[in-house]
Write a protein that binds this ligand. Structure first.
Ligand code: FAD
Length: 436
């Protein structure tokens, strides 16, 4: 059955964030691997217009990057954001720290830079071969071949598909999956530097919650901000003249409209992207000629409202590497174990990401929400380590995602007791929490 262990021809499809990290991890364990990427080398060709210029990377992503020695370098290319700056309408902007101690930050990083660093590291790793401009169309799991558009098939015994949310490998093999598209799409806009400096506070992720629509902005190293406008897809087209765009922004985003000199051009030229949750099972296929596993967005694309898609994709790579260690390099057992462990976690973050959309576009601007946040942070400080908010567990810990909802439910009982205000009740709750 196939080549002997350790002699498999291993291929990765997609030199995106997950594909590159996995290539480095495999190269380092002495597994030769070929990476096939449909685009030309982005280090030469440059990025596409209006496509998610920056990402928030947090504890999980950093822990994974640390394993390949890229944590510090990545942080040097990033800007820390210690909280949300909420811009209500009407009202003054207000800052909400992400952590109870105000110290922890998520990191705004250029997706293109991060991909370049990972490509450089992959290229420098012995055993890793990068092949650009190779669009994969499918895998023949019986013949053990990867199929390409415009090129001959190439042999592969193990195919790891990190080819993104619309994965050609997933489609070609008919993996059973649902792709739930949100009614909302997104468009990227820019706030350029003003007088050589940042036009908004660079230490925050800015949010303009507007009910059905919402805009966010993340800072870039060049002192600009990339804004992302989320809106029901059908509504984007209504702003079909520069005058309508200007008037709409002046009304709904008055404090930032004046900071966007290219607003009407950006609005007209930048595409409307889709937001999809992909739920797929299984992620693995065991043919006589090749075994295939999906990872990253190909296995579980999620909506971006928790800033976790890339962080989660990186965790997949670490898990594959760990399972290979645990099984002594037995790919079949390792990939089965990887899927079994990761699937509950990726299901959990998919739900939390959808839920966070409602939180960001509605709840963050409500005074009740802010009071609850303040109470939760006070409790966190009081119970150091025993009461931790969902945001902190997702963004500042590596606790498996699947364990977070149950932990939050337990903690919410304590929070409810505190909100009820009874010192006696709170005392009991605190004692109960200390006992845990
Ligand atoms: P991708 O990064 O999509 O890489 C897939 C690669 O495969 C690409 O290089 C592509 O060219 C290649 N490819 C595709 N098809 C083929 C083919 N047929 N043959 C060969 N190669 C192919 N995540 C966060 O962690 N934090 C954030 O703040 C965040 N913000 C986001 C904001 C937006 C608007 C969006 C849309 C996403 C955001 N994400 C965020 C999610 C994050 O971008 C993804 O989860 C992450 O990029 C997944 O990595 P990946 O390697 O699985 O896929």
């Amino acid at each position: 059955d196939g080549p002997p262990a350790g002699r498999e021809r291993v291929a990765i499809v997609g030199a995106g964030l997950a594909g590159c990290l996995l290539a480095v991890l495999l190269g380092r364990r002495g597994v030769p691997v070929t990476v096939y990427e449909r685009r030309p080398d982005p280090r030469v060709a440059g990025a596409e217009r209006g496509r998610s210029i920056n990402l928030a990377i947090s504890a999980r992503g950093l822990a994974a990057l640390e394993q390949v020695g890229l944590r510090d370098q990545s942080l040097k290319q990033a800007l820390p954001m210690h909280g949300r700056m909420v811009h209500p309408l009407p009202g003054a902007q207000n800052f909400q720290p992400y952590s109870a101690d105000g110290e922890r930050a998520i990191n705004s990083i250029s997706r293109a830079e991060l991909n370049r660093s990972l490509l450089d590291t992959a290229e420098a790793t012995p055993g890793v071969t990068l092949r650009f401009s190779r669009r994969v169309t499918g895998v023949d799991t019986e013949a053990g071949e990867i199929l390409f558009e415009d090129a001959d098939a190439e042999p592969a015994d193990v195919v790891l598909a990190g080819d993104g949310a619309y994965s050609a490998v997933r489609r070609s093999l008919g993996f059973e999956h649902d792709a739930d598209f949100l009614e909302h799409g997104y468009k990227e806009l820019t706030v350029p530097p003003r007088d050589g400096g940042f036009a908004l506070d660079p230490d925050a992720l800015h949010i303009w919650p507007r009910g059905t629509s919402m805009m966010i902005a993340l800072p870039n190293l060049d002192r600009s901000f990339t804004c992302t406008l989320f809106w029901p897809k059908g509504d984007f087209a209504a702003l079909d003249t520069p005058a309508k765009v200007t008037a709409y922004f002046a009304k709904h985003y008055p404090d930032v409209a004046g900071l966007m000199p290219d607003l009407t051009d950006d609005y007209a030229l930048n595409p409307v992207g889709s937001l999809v949750t992909v739920r797929c099972r299984p992620w693995t296929r065991y043919g006589d000629g090749a075994i295939v596993a999906l990872l990253g967005d190909a296995a579980h694309a999620i909506v971006p409202f928790f800033g976790q898609g890339a962080n989660c994709a990186f965790e997949d790579c670490i898990e594959i590497d760990r399972c290979l260690t645990e099984t002594g390099g037995d790919w079949r057992r390792a990939l089965a174990r990887y899927e079994e462990r990761r699937k509950p976690n990726t299901d959990a973050i998919a739900e939390m990401a959808l839920d966070n959309f409602v939180e960001m576009r509605d709840r963050v601007s409500s005074p009740v929400y802010r009071a609850k946040q303040a109470a939760a942070h006070a409790l966190e400080r009081r119970l150091a380590g025993r009461y931790v908010s969902r945001y902190e567990l997702v963004s500042f810990s590596t606790l498996p995602y699947a364990e977070i909802p149950a932990r939050i439910r337990r903690q919410n009982l304590i929070l409810a007791a505190s909100a009820a205000g009874g010192a006696a009740v709170l005392g009991l709750a605190l004692r109960a929490a200390r006992r845990r």
